[in-house]
Design a binder for this molecule. Sequence first.
Ligand code: ADP
Length: 744
Amino acid sequence: MSDQSVITIQEYQHAQLSLSKRRFDESMAYARQVLDMVNATGEVLQNVRAIHLIVEINNTKGRYDNDSKLYSSSLMYLEEAQKLLSQGNFPKKYLWDIHLTKVKTYLLLENFSEAEELLDALLSEDVILHTHLERKINGLLAYSEFHYLQNEYDEAISLVETAFDELTDADEKLLLEIYTQAVRIYLRRHEYSEILEYGTKTLELSRKYNDSEKEFIGLNSIAVYYGTKYDFKMAMLYFRNALDKSTEIDYRYGTAYCLINIGTIYANLFNYNEALDRYMTVLQEYEDVLDDSTGLIIMNNVGNIYFTVGKLNEALEYFERSLSIAESIQYNEMKAHTMAQISRTLVAQKRYKEALDYAFKSEELIEDSGNLEGKQINYITLGNIYYKLDNHDLAMKYVGKGIVCAKQVKDSVSEIRGYRLMSNIFKEKGNFEKALEYQLVYSQAQEKYAMDQRNRQIIDIEIRYDFEQKEKEIELLKKYKNTLVAQHDKIVEQNEKLIDVNNDLMQFAYAVSHDLKEPLRMIGSYSQLIQRRYAAHLEDSSDEFFNYVNEGVSRMTKLLDDLLKYATIGKSDDQDWEEVDLQEIFDVTTFSLKLAIEESNAKITSTQLPNIYTNRAYISQLFQNLISNAIKFRKKDENPLVAVSYRKEGTEHYITFQDNGIGIPADALERIFVIFQRLHKRSGYSGTGIGLSICMKIIERLGGTITVESEQGEGSIFTVILPEEPELEDLNQNDTSFFLDDGL
Ligand code: ADP
């Protein structure tokens, strides 16, 4: 329960997860580990909670495998928990919970007297029920189950209604419990519109909360609803989905139940092969989860199909098997029904004497406990036998009664058979007028039946078509998925290659900028040496040439320095995350740009800048590059004004750098961030075209973005947007292996 002390051990969560997937052995292994661990700590409440989990696993497995031994083991565990609690002074609610779990276990064991005694005690604990709504609802639902299991559906449903009234806040998980219980009861009460309503609600919430077993119950009840409305297509659809669910969680009882219903729909659609296939699967593979009465009903259905297709010996075999189960569990209604069917089959085999025996026995039972279905079969069979034995009056009496019942249970085949018999009997009696009258009714009913049959066969074909279509779709999806997976793998592979290439490039850039610096330094030094030593021997114009060489050398040095900076972004300083005072960064930057500021008469201002969690080296570099650009790209006739400001939007920091400079033409706004891209001749504005690429690379590593708004001649606004919480893992996982290990 929610307010018990929570066990955070991973194994506990594993156990719960495996239980929800119905992997019982795995779940139990984890739960036992948890129990061992908490046993070692001596923490009583955690121990109790572990026991609750073990009992839940036991009881669910017991239900799935129809294995009541597990319930006894649960009871032992609960005793243990009770003993633990009695040793300390724990709040009473813990004992209450154990008692409730005990009640549920007793109910599974069908030990109703123990269950009731405990339930009464539980539901009289006013203090607990008053303060814990969840406990109250669970208590009421357990009481409802108590009645449900004893076929007392009025009491069961009224307790569900009470639970519903009590639930003032919309706790959907509890609501799901209530809906599920409601739909189970309505199914037993054959209240169809309620079945649809609560089945749909159960389905919706179970899907929301990933509860496969309840989803099964929802799907199944909706299917039953459609079945009773003779909407076989919808019924089939829902039963098939329910079947998928029950197979997924290996809920064998549910699977058997779905297969039986699917078989019955097929039988209704005159597709006897498919119907037999389902019934036989259940009889052969799911016998262990069938209760006797379900088993006997399937055998009965199988017998019926064999009878309908004229395989009389097989029909008799299954009817007899069904009968022997009915006798062993004293299920008189089905006993009478099956005997009527045996009798009818014997008549078809012309074994009238034996048939009469069964028919009489059936009639005796039918009078007090038989169902209409059995009755109509038996009446018409009796009529048929008497007709064959030339006792026309008795024949007429029974056939007449049979037709009335057949109409009531909507069994057109029996009804038609009745009309034909009536016509024959009147013919034998010489009453040709009546004979003709029945003959007419017979052929009309026959025609209507044939049409009905055709329609249902069409539905059968439609269902098969839908099914095949679905299979094809699934097949297609599978193929599609495979291609997608292949494509994905390829993309991953290509990405890896790209990363490799990129790393190689970086390594190259680093090596080039690093290794070229030394020869460049040499060129610079030696050209100065020549200039100084041999000045006297050289022509005047040589000074000018030496200036070109020196200027080239210093430009190239700047280029290599910038390139080196660019290539080393993402190196070790990636790890250094800290609170950084942006105001301080701003001050340091303006100080280091003092010379340029004074030269250009620039005015650099800022709003109050906050502390943010970021990388100091990176953010300094950003300020440095953006502010120096803002000064550099100034208008010739105007003093530069640079305004840095900060604002917070949602979880993001916005830092803007606004200047009154020359601006950027619209078609160049993207290009400026690309390495070596410059918009001006060297003579106009100095630079390497790397500064903004460095900014871009830094911001990417900070998990942010940079945008620029500008118009030619109108100044520019660069906006840096940084996430409040940078994704550190991403930042740190970058491969830095391309750095040479020469100390740099
Ligand atoms: P560099 O400044 O070395 O030329 P950058 O990568 O920093 O290289 O900038 C690329 C180009 O973008 C510059 O050459 C310039 O044309 C343009 N640019 C950058 N900042 C500004 C600015 N604040 N105002 C106008 N143009 C700018």
